[in-house]
Design a protein. Structure first.
Ligand code: KIV
Length: 264
């Protein structure tokens, strides 16, 4: 495996060559190190940090300062994967200047390589302005969790014409890739075949150019119910709980510390 940093050109080449792309979220030093070492193409510092790390009910409360705090840690932890940091709500809706200023802060203060923003075709001008500033930008269409209240919940988005128009607008505005969240498989296939940039799916079926999952869902560390499109590859919640119970019991029974953990 090459140790050179993954670039936007690598992602584009992967699409052309039909090599599936992988992206996983990370929010801190250990998860940044582990996700990077797994060989994924991109590490996403998602605004999902507000839910899976901070226990908020949605991603809406995530702030720019919080994204910069977590982004800086993960960008230091990851030496090979492209680090992408989410632009938190509502910065992409406050005009091009505000969005460019916030994206530039993220790039300068975290050391990441790209930003991601949720949006429809209505945010194409913002994507274009960020890209024109030399900041790689990833789009995010379909279910946009920042718009959960407007969308009536975390529901599959089924309007194929709108989905295609949104993804096409992101590509034409200069996005280097686009996340497709919670859309029908056939819509994802059509978008993937139509637009020239990589599509990275979550709950969007097998026909995307790549897949992304939230780390805590993937390793079984999410405490609440996970979406049906998640496959859980480990039970980290169980492993942590069992370790804590065993340690507490050892302390209660005076089995910890033992000779090996006693310094003198
Ligand atoms: O914030 C996040 O983790 C995301 C992924 C679900 C794509 O945007």
């Amino acid at each position: 495996m090459s140790l050179r940093r993954v670039t936007t050109l690598d992602l584009l080449a992967a699409k052309r060559e039909g090599r599936p792309l992988t992206m996983v979220t990370a929010y801190d030093w250990p998860t940044g190190r582990l996700v990077d070492a797994s060989g994924v193409d991109c590490v996403l510092v998602g605004d999902s940090v507000a839910m899976v790390v901070a226990g908020r009910a949605s991603t809406i409360p995530a702030t720019l300062e919080q994204m910069i705090y977590h982004g800086e840690i993960v960008a230091r932890a990851a030496s090979r994967a492209m680090v992408v940091v989410d632009l938190p709500f509502p910065l992409q809706h406050l005009g091009c200047r505000t969005a460019v200023e916030a994206s530039a802060r993220i790039l300068k203060e975290t050391g990441c390589q790209a930003v991601k923003l949720e949006g429809t075709a209505g945010q194409a001008d913002v994507i274009a302005a960020i890209a024109a500033a030399g900041i790689p930008v990833m789009g995010h269409v379909g279910l946009r969790p920042q718009a959960v209240h407007q969308l009536g919940g975390y529901r599959m988005q089924r309007d194929i014409d709108t989905l295609l128009a949104d993804a096409r607008a992101a590509a034409e505005a200069g996005a280097f890739a686009v996340v497709l969240e919670c859309i029908p498989t056939e819509a994802a296939r059509l978008i993937t075949e139509t637009i020239p940039i990589p599509t990275i799916g979550i709950g969007a079926g097998l026909h995307c150019d790549g897949q992304v999952l939230v780390l805590h869902d993937l390793v079984g560390l999410s405490l609440d119910r996970v979406p049906r499109f998640v496959r859980q590859y480990a039970d980290a919640k169980l492993a942590i709980s069992e370790a804590l119970l065993a340690w507490r019991e050892d302390v209660l029974q005076r089995r910890f510390p033992g000779a090996a953990e006693t310094l003198g």
